[in-house]
Design a protein around this ligand. Structure first.
Ligand SMILES: Nc1ncnc2c1ncn2[C@@H]1O[C@H](COP(=O)(O)OP(=O)(O)OP(=O)(O)O)[C@@H](O)[C@H]1O
Ligand SMILES: [Mg+2]
Length: 250
C-alpha cells in the first residue's frame, strides 16, 4: 500500500470476534492478527472454528460482534466498500472451485477482466506469469478435469495471485489431495512465503507450519488457546489443550 505507515499496520487485525450460528457460538472472542509479510499458520481440532475465522476475515461469514481490520480498514463498518477490500485478499480453499467448463487460461483471466477491468492481452499476460510461478506453464488450454487435484490447486493459487492480492488466505489447501500431490502445492506456498507474501494458512501440515510459518496459532473451542514461534509451540506447548491436540497429530 502506498501509505507511509502501512508497514506497521497489521494486514489482518481481529478483535474480540464472536460468531454464532443460531444458538451455537462457534467463535467466542477471538483476538488474532497477521502482520504484513507474516506467515501465520492456524491449527486446531475439527470444529474449533478455524474455517469460520478465516471466512469472517473476508466477511464470507457475517461476524456476530467484534472488529476486523484489513490493512487498517474496518470491514465490519457498513460504510466500508467491502468489494474493494476483498480484491486485496486472495483465498484458496480445500476444494479448488475452478470453473469446469472453462480452460485454465479462462479460469485465470475471467475475474481479472470483470473485476480488475484488464484487457484480454493484459489478463493473459498476468495469467501466464502466474502459471509459470506455480509450475503450470504450458497447460493454458487444459480443462480442470484433465488435471490432477494438485495441479488444479496450483491453478487455483495462480488464479488468486492473478488478482494481485496483498494477502493470501488458505483453508486446508492440501487436505483433499492424494499424499503424493501435497508436496508440489506446499512448494508453491513456500515460494510465495519466501517472496514475502502475507499468508494465513489453516493447515494440518505440521512440517509446513514448522518450516515456513512465522507464527503458529492453536485454536480450540472458538478461542485462540496458544500461539507463538512454531518450533516453540510444537516442541514445547504451554497449554494442556495444545499438548493434547499435538499428541494426536504429531
Ligand atoms: N454455515 C454454518 N451453519 C451452521 N453451523 C456452522 C456453519 N459453518 C460452521 N458451522 C459450525 O461451526 C463450528 C466450527 O466450524 P468450522 O468449519 O469453523 O471448524 P474448523 O475448525 O474449520 O473444522 P475442520 O478442521 O473440520 O475444518 C462447527 O461446529 C460447525 O458445525
Ligand atoms: Mg475447516
Amino acid at each position: 500500500m502506498s501509505i507511509g505507515t502501512a508497514n506497521s499496520t497489521p494486514a489482518i487485525a481481529v478483535r474480540d470476534l464472536h460468531k454464532s450460528f443460531g444458538k451455537n457460538e462457534v467463535l467466542t472472542g477471538i483476538d488474532f492478527h497477521v502482520d504484513q509479510g507474516e506467515v501465520v499458520c492456524v491449527i486446531g481440532p475439527s470444529g474449533s472454528g478455524k474455517s469460520t475465522l478465516l471466512r469472517c476475515v473476508n466477511r464470507l461469514e457475517e461476524p456476530t460482534s467484534g472488529t476486523i481490520l484489513i490493512e487498517g480498514v474496518d470491514i465490519t463498518d457498513p460504510e466500508t466498500d467491502l468489494a474493494a477490500v476483498r480484491t486485496r485478499i486472495g483465498i484458496v480453499f480445500q476444494q479448488f472451485n475452478l470453473f469446469p467448463h472453462l480452460t485454465v487460461l479462462r479460469n485465470l483471466t475471467l475475474a481479472q477482466r470483470r473485476v480488475k477491468g484488464r484487457s484480454k492481452a493484459e489478463a493473459e499476460e498476468v495469467a501466464r506469469r502466474n502459471l509459470e510461478k506455480v509450475g503450470m506453464a504450458g497447460r493454458e488450454s487444459a480443462y480442470p478435469a484433465q488435471l490432477s487435484g494438485g495441479q488444479q490447486q496450483r491453478i487455483a493459487i495462480a488464479r488468486a495471485l492473478s488478482m494481485d492480492p496483498d494477502m493470501m488466505l488458505f483453508d486446508e489447501p492440501t487436505s483433499a489431495l492424494d499424499p503424493e500431490l501435497v508436496g508440489d502445492v506446499l512448494e508453491v506456498m513456500r515460494t510465495l512465503a519466501n517472496e514475502g507474501m502475507t499468508m494465513m494458512v489453516v493447515t494440518h501440515e505440521m512440517g509446513f507450519a514448522r518450516e515456513v510459518g512465522d507464527r503458529l496459532v492453536f485454536m480450540d473451542g472458538g478461542v485462540v488457546v496458544e500461539q507463538g514461534d512454531p518450533v516453540e509451540v510444537l516442541s514445547n506447548p504451554q497449554e494442556t489443550r495444545t499438548r493434547g491436540f499435538l499428541s494426536k497429530v504429531l
